[in-house]
Write a protein that binds this ligand. Sequence first.
Ligand code: ADP
Length: 583
Amino acid sequence: MVTVKEMLGLSEKGYRDFKRAVLAAAITNLSLLLPFVVIVQTIITLLNPLLYGGTLDTTRLWLLFALGLAGMALYFLAYRHEYRKTYTAAYKESESIRLEVAEHIRRLPLSFFNNKDLTELTANIMADCTSVEHVMSHVAPGLFAGIITDVCICVLLAFYDWRMALALFVALPLALALIVGSRKVQSSFGERHAAAKLAASDQMQEYLEGIKVVKAFGLSGEKSKALKDALRRMMKESITFEGITSFFIVLSMMILQVGLGLVVFAGVSLLTGGSLGLIPFLTFTVISAKIYSPLIIVFTLLPEFFYFLVSTKRMMKIRREPVMDGDVCPALERYDIELEHVSFAYNREDVIKNLSLSIPQGTVTALTGPSGSGKSTLSRLIARFWDVREGAIRIGGVDIRTIAPDALMRYMSIVFQDVTLFNDTVMNNIRIGRTGAGDEEAYAAANAARCDEFIRRLPQGYETVIGENGSTLSGGERQRISIARAILKNAPIVLLDEATASLDPENEALIQEALSALVKNRTVIVIAHRLRTVLGADKIAVLDKGVLIEEGSGEKLSARDGLFAHLYRIQQESLGWTAGTHG
Ligand code: ADP
């Protein structure tokens, strides 16, 4: 049995606040009924002298008037209390859920994101957080409070006259069964609606991202047609979904209101039969007109609640994904890397097969091999983006699975091909290497990475804001900024993915100089695409289909008639240096 706390994915504090919000809303509901009790009592007081003779009890009327005023005051206070409890608490809780989910996602292994569409994931998380916020503030407290209020009223009325209460509520189980029973149908339309919404936002994103290409190739007709179609589908699904939900709500409400007729019918028969007094009869007829409002709230909120449970469930699933754990303060003393019988698969098939390799501290090891042979995968395993399926990777003798990924990252600088730059100043982009580094250190790193000159030529120098992902910079410049970052980080291990994109000779030379500054005295693993450039490495490891097939110095491997010599020959002949393009 899932508890409400689990169902809504609340924290301890969130759950406590939630219970208070429900209580506050229930008190508000009940305080709303007080005026009706006063009205009924006033009618009775007024009718009493007419029906049974005697004088009008004015004292009682004044008392009732005072009670009515007190009721209004109580309602005002209860509502104010409910508002605070519900909304303030809901937004606070939703903030902490968002933070927690973001933090959790950060600690998830990358395998979680593999095979997942990131747009979908982001859209879901954003939408789910909003849904949870909405459920917590506008749906769940009202729903639960409505149920409590209804039960209280049922019990009170049953004590007053059980036959009339029965007539009033006899249709309730039927109406409730209809709403709950139709949940599957509603959910399936709900899911279709959600899918259409997602497809539309996907299309919108694609359209905006590709706007340049769209304009350049005059595709506006076709592309906007796809967007229009997606939006139209979303509109249709929204209407169908609303229609279906409303159909069930209205139908169940109609069934429920049958109770109103039954009360009058049963009341009149009991009254004429003499077993019911006029006063209880009047009480029931007046109250039954009002009694349905908390019920109607429950009936309207219930389908909405079911719809949002999909969101909370999805969110709970993410929050339950196991994170990558490990020692947060490892004390690594050496930085030699040992791969021992490592096997790894992204999906089913192993892409690294029983691979053993030792990378001594302070040396440069080049990974080479045809495209798709597993070079990038191997470097990602060393950085613990993924955990090995079998075998172990040790740094300085410590299995990296015992080190928290964040902590491991402190020992590594990673320079990948797809450089990520942020829409911020050049200075801040370099400082990502080590936040807290002083300006002088950043200048020195930029200088070593041969960035200084081009940065100083930018309009505001180091304070120039570069566009999203550095769109205002050239490929070579972006690469050098990423090298400056790595130099600033000053980590003992460097993972390097050599660029495949052909750069102009000048940029090429500058990058080589920048890299020489970076790799000095460090343990370096370089994914090499141009074999010529790796001949100087201390060790070359040649991979083929995930298997280490050759290992040794460039000299040794060139002399042997193996894969390396073969690939090297091809590259020399084609002069394109591109045989090992990155897969
Ligand atoms: P290389 O860097 O040598 O070109 P990779 O390590 O990128 O090779 O790829 C090795 C194999 O793993 C290839 O068959 C590739 O298709 C597969 N692969 C790479 N990345 C992923 C991924 N994220 N999910 C599934 N398969 C992948």
